[in-house]
Ligand binder design. Structure first.
Ligand SMILES: [Mg+2]
Length: 268
C-alpha cells in the first residue's frame, strides 16, 4: 500500500507510481514522469505531530517504561496497553489532548490495575514517565525544512494541528518552522465541522485546498468529508487512537498517499 504512491482521481480506480505493487495491473501503473505538479497557488493545510516532527514515538517509549514499572501479575503488556487506550479515550473526552491529559491517564490506569492502594510515591513515579516526553528536543522528520521552503515559494501554507494550545504553540516555536507558515490553526479536535470553519476563516476554495497529515482519523477522513483534497503521509509510529480506514474521496476530490514529506515537492 505505501511502497510508492497511490493517486485517486475523481473516485475512479487508484493509479500507482513508484514501485509496482505485487498485484499491480500494468495498465494502472504511471511513472513519476507522468505526474505533473498541481498549479501554484494551492493552499496546503499541514499537520504537525508525526508529520513535521516526531511525537508519538516518545509516548510509546514512556508507555513501555510504564508497563515495565507496573509489572502486572496477570495482565499481559498488550492487555495493560488496551486498558490504557480505554482510559485515554475517556480522559480525552473530558480534558482534551496533550501531556497533562496523558499524565492523568497513566496515573488512572495505574490505579485501576493496581491490586492494592496506590501511594503518592508510586503516583509520582508514574508521572515521571510522562515527564520524559516534555524533555525531548524537537526532532524534525527528514527533509522537512527544505521541503517547506520549496512548497512555500509556490503555495500558501497553513499549520493545522490539534491539541493543547500552549503545548502545540511551544513545539512550533522550538521547531523553528513558524516562519514558513502564513497562518497557524491550533484546534481542540479535527472533525469535519472544524475543517469547514477553517475553510471559511481563510476563504479557502475546496478544489485548490488540501489537508496533509499522517492520521487517517484526524487529517484525512474529516477533511474529505468537509470537501477538501487530502494527502496521507504514512508514518510507522502513528498513534493507535488515530488509526482508521482511509475514506474514499468523492467525485472531483483527490486523495494521494505518500511515504515521505519530501515527496510533497514532487506534486506541489
Ligand atoms: Mg499527526
Amino acid at each position: 500500500m505505501y511502497r510508492g504512491m497511490t493517486v485517486h482521481r475523481e473516485g475512479g480506480a487508484p493509479k500507482f507510481f513508484g514501485d509496482p505493487l505485487p498485484s499491480g495491473n500494468r495498465d494502472e501503473l504511471i511513472t513519476m514522469e507522468d505526474m505533473t505538479r498541481f498549479p501554484a497557488g494551492q493552499t496546503l493545510l499541514i499537520d504537525a505531530d508525526d508529520t513535521l516532527w516526531e511525537n508519538n514515538v516518545y509516548f510509546e517509549r514512556a508507555i513501555a517504561a510504564f508497563i515495565g514499572f507496573l509489572n502486572h501479575r496477570t495482565y499481559t503488556p498488550e492487555k495493560v496497553r488496551q486498558t490504557l487506550n480505554e482510559v485515554e479515550r475517556e480522559t480525552i473526552l473530558e480534558h482534551g489532548y496533550g501531556l497533562t491529559s496523558f499524565t492523568r491517564s497513566l496515573v488512572q490506569c495505574y490505579e485501576r490495575l493496581s491490586p492494592g492502594p496506590v501511594s503518592e510515591e508510586q503516583r509520582e513515579r508514574v508521572r515521571g514517565f510522562a515527564k520524559t516526553i516534555a524533555d525531548h528536543e524537537i526532532e524534525l522528520l527528514p527533509e522537512v525544512q527544505e521541503t517547506l521552503a520549496q512548497l512555500g515559494s509556490r503555495h500558501r501554507l497553513i499549520l493545522m494541528t490539534k491539541g493543547n494550545h500552549a503545548e502545540q504553540a511551544d513545539k512550533l516555536s522550538r521547531s523553528g518552522l513558524a516562519p514558513f507558515f502564513n497562518a497557524v490553526e491550533i484546534v481542540a479536535e479535527k472533525d469535519a465541522a472544524v475543517y469547514r470553519e477553517v475553510m471559511a476563516r481563510h476563504s479557502l476554495a475546496a478544489s485548490t485546498s488540501w489537508m496533509i497529515g499522517n492520521s487517517p482519523k484526524s487529517d484525512i477522513n474529516p477533511a474529505l468529508a468537509a470537501g477538501l483534497n487530502a494527502v496521507h503521509l504514512y508514518h510507522k509510529d502513528t498513534w493507535v487512537l488515530e488509526h482508521a480506514e482511509l475514506a474514499e474521496p468523492g467525485r472531483g476530490q483527490h486523495l494521494i498517499e505518500l511515504d515521505g514529506f519530501a515527496k510533497l515537492a514532487d506534486i506541489f
